[in-house]
Design a protein around this ligand. Structure first.
Ligand code: GDG
Length: 737
């Protein structure tokens, strides 16, 4: 396993649907050429800098050993072979007819076909097998995009220690849309096999985290999720470009001669540029409609402006794309038919993949770039256009629905469905002063130059290694036999001991209702045995109210702390004492809000204690519980802003209590009086952190669950707590063991 080390010297295995190189056979000869597309273009510039290897579909179902070895030796690519049926069902089917529209917020055209889903699973397994075949133990595996969302977890089964990153290039839809997918949980669990999961924007990562919470019940802390005994991280990495490549393109003689050639065709007219892959998410018909509105409203521009419309062929075998192509052809024909004169056509239209020098020439020439996708993960065209403007001229009109709009705020931002707004933006852009153009563009360029593709890659790997390191740290904190035997020896060696034990989630598992978590005889007996040696002080420190604690534990010779540190009853005093005089009238104001949520969320209920009040939603059957909890949390935080009340989001419960009251403070009462030589504290909840935090270095503080904590050690699960306590007793030679 790669242990928190740097990238250099490690192979990086990139897995993506397509290899960056395709092979084509013509007249018995094989021709290799680079693939066009966001990911291939973006990574090609850094591909050669590291020890990068690529695993992906080769474009065919097989080819000769000779070609395969050329792929490996010359291009560092391991081809994956897929059959015609695989491509039809997995790629054209599940990827393009299900995931692509759904993830781009087009649920109405999304198809759900279980046989296509079966192929999606199959192909992900094919990729997995190929990677398992070629991966070295120290390789870093970087999986890209929606075609391979099951791959992280599949790989994790075969390579449990592997370092795996996953990046999604398209949007992740809001929970309300994602939940429509019949295989939603499988997809989430598939992605969660990665150590680091990256998205272009906060919106997408929040959508993903919402879905993980609502569908799998897993919450996050600063993007960190606890998944199957591993901490993993969700982060935001807006994809950058190879800035210098575009910024210096104007110096290339081939680009310059292309500019001259195009100028001859277009003349002195202003150029509005539109370049996209042929896709309904890119909003091409809507853009043409808006251009029509612009011509309608602005006769002064007739004959003076040309829309250079380049549509790159894509998914040519998919019916919807063929229909879209037809629609665009017709719209262009209609607009040109309506406005053309003998020496001017408003739209110059090409449907082909342009060579780089033509693309760069168009970027440099264009007075305006009209980039108005209906929904787009990022959109690199917008960034490339700005980067190519070495003289600072040109105006970008950008859809607010593109991820790139988060970074390119100096562009004219528009709603892609608002024809009038786009028409006005065109007017504004065509008349913008050069001074303002330069001001806007240089600001954006500064950002793009800094946050380029290299930094993007580096930041992704830095965070990947960071989370790996955290996993190692937590692994090292896991109580193993060595730590356990030291704990037992220390317990045995010292003759003044204090043991703090949380109750729910620590001594007993969570149940549907707090009332059902009654301690059984075995647990009571264990506590009694622990409390028996006179040198032991056992403190049960919990969020429970004092009457419940009395009912369950009054016969035991132990101290009790209730309501997270509000009430203390020491074994000597035998009466409850409040930690400080507290107010409780605020509960009257808060209760109606909680009652509203009890009405709204079936299965939730209120638990009221003397100085705290809690809303439980453990029994809520629908996924909505977590969303409602989030909403309630936000509401309560704002309601309680001006009163001395803290709002805590615990395990399936939201609890309000007086500020400054916590388990740590209550524990101090015991520690300051007794000065024990041996301290043990075990708890599973965020409320236990205040206790862990104040304990001395040599104390045994144990967090139940593999999560970051102030505790020195971790136990994997609640079921290990009672056995650990029993082991302590066994060594002391307790007579009733
Ligand atoms: C996905 C997401 C996200 C395009 N036409 C030609 C050509 N291109 C190059 C461009 C650019 C890339 O292809 C297209 O980038 P987009 O960002 O528009 O991306 P998608 O292909 O839709 O890809 C997208 C991207 O992944 C990256 O994460 O931004 O949101 O959908 O680099 O320059 N290049 C050449 N000729 C063309 O005709 N040479």
């Amino acid at each position: 396993m790669l242990k928190g080390k740097k990238l250099i010297g490690h192979r990086i295995l990139i897995a993506s649907n397509r290899l960056p190189i395709s092979v084509e056979r013509r007249k018995g000869k094989a021709y290799f050429h680079p693939s066009v597309g966001g990911l291939a273009t973006a990574l090609s510039s850094v591909h050669n800098q590291y020890q990068w290897w690529w695993v992906g579909w080769s474009g065919t179902k097989s080819f000769s050993k000779k070609i395969e070895s050329k792929f490996v030796s010359e291009f560092r690519c391991y081809p994956v072979f897929l059959t015609k049926k695989d491509i039809e069902k997995y790629y054209q089917g599940f990827c393009n007819r299900t995931l692509w529209p759904l993830f781009h917020y087009f649920p109405r055209i999304t198809k759900y076909d279980s046989s296509e889903w079966d192929y999606y699973k199959k192909v992900n397994q094919v990729f997995c097998n190929r990677i398992v075949d070629v991966a070295n133990p120290d390789d870093v595996i970087w999986i890209h995009d929606y075609h391979l969302m099951l791959l992280p977890s599949l790989l994790r089964k075969y390579l449990p220690e592997a370092t795996i990153g996953f990046f999604l290039h398209i949007p992740f839809p809001p929970f309300g849309i994602f939940r429509l997918l019949p295989w939603r949980k499988e997809i989430l669990n598939g992605i969660l096999g990665a150590d680091l999961i990256g998205f272009h924007t906060f919106e997408y990562s929040n959508n993903f985290l919402d879905s993980v919470l609502c569908l799998l019940g897993k919450d996050h802390e600063l993007g960190r999720i606890h998944n199957e005994n591993r901490i993993i991280k969700v982060g935001v990495f807006p994809l950058g470009i190879d800035f210098q490549r575009y910024f210096t393109a104007g110096k290339d003689p081939q680009v310059n001669s292309e500019i001259r050639r195009l100028r001859n065709i277009i003349g002195k007219r202003k150029v509005v540029l539109s370049i996209d892959r042929l896709d309904y998410t890119k909003g091409i018909p809507e853009r043409l409609d808006a251009f029509n509105t612009f011509l309608e409203n602005n006769p002064k521009w007739h004959g003076n402006v040309t829309l250079a419309l380049a549509v790159t062929p894509s998914r040519v075998n998919v019916h919807e794309y063929q229909l879209l192509k037809k629609e665009i052809d017709e719209l262009v024909g209609r607009i040109n038919g309506k406005y053309s004169t003998i020496d001017w056509s408003p739209i110059l239209y090409v449907h082909q993949t342009l060579p780089f020098h033509t693309l760069a020439a168009l970027y440099i020439m264009a007075d305006v770039a009209l980039v108005t996708p209906i929904r787009d993960g990022m959109n690199l065209i917008a960034k490339e256009y700005i980067a190519a403007s070495s003289n600072g001229l040109g105006v970008l009109i950008l859809s607010e629905m593109a991820g790139a709009a988060r970074e390119l705020g100096e562009a004219i931002i528009v709603n892609p469905n608002n024809k009038q707004e786009i028409s006005d933006a065109l007017n504004l852009a065509l008349e913008m002063s050069t001074k303002e153009q330069i001001l806007r563009n240089t600001t954006m360029q500064k950002r793009l130059r800094f946050y380029d593709i290299e930094l993007w890659t580096r930041q992704f790997f830095d965070q990947l290694f960071e989370i790996k390191k955290l996993q190692e740290t937590l692994e090292a904190k896991l109580i193993d036999d060595r730590i356990k035997s030291k704990l037992i020896t220390d317990y045995h060696k010292n003759n003044s001991r204090i043991i703090f034990l949380d109750y729910d989630g620590t001594l007993v598992p969570f149940t549907e209702s707090p009332r059902k978590s009654t301690p059984d005889d075995k647990l009571l007996e264990l506590l009694e045995q622990l409390a028996e040696p006179p040198e032991n002080e056992i403190v049960l420190i919990t969020g429970r109210d004092r009457s419940t604690l009395d009912k369950w534990f009054r016969k035991l010779n132990i101290s009790l702390v209730g309501e997270h540190g509000t009430w203390i009853k020491t074994k000597k005093s035998n009466s409850w004492e409040i930690i400080e005089p507290l107010q409780s009238d605020w509960k009257r104001e808060i209760r109606p809000t909680l009652e509203l949520y009890v009405d709204r969320v079936p299965g939730s209920f209120i638990e009221e204690k003397e100085f705290s009040i809690a809303w439980h939603y453990r029994n809520v059957k629908t996924e909505g519980g977590e969303l409602q909890a989030k909403e309630l949390m936000a509401l309560l935080t704002s309601i309680s802003a001006n009163i001395e009340i803290g709002v805590l989001h615990g395990n399936k419960v939201i609890e309000l209590k007086n500020v400054g009251i916590n388990k740590g403070r209550a524990a101090l009462r015991f520690l300051s009086k007794q000065n024990p030589q041996f301290i043990l504290a075990i708890g599973d909840d965020s409320t236990d952190e205040s206790l862990f935090q104040l304990l001395p270095q040599n104390a045994y503080s144990i967090k139940v669950g593999i999560e970051s904590s102030y505790a020195r050690f971790n136990l994997t699960s609640q079921s290990e707590v009672v056995p650990l306590l029993k082991e302590l007793l066994n060594v002391t030679g307790d007579k009733r063991r």
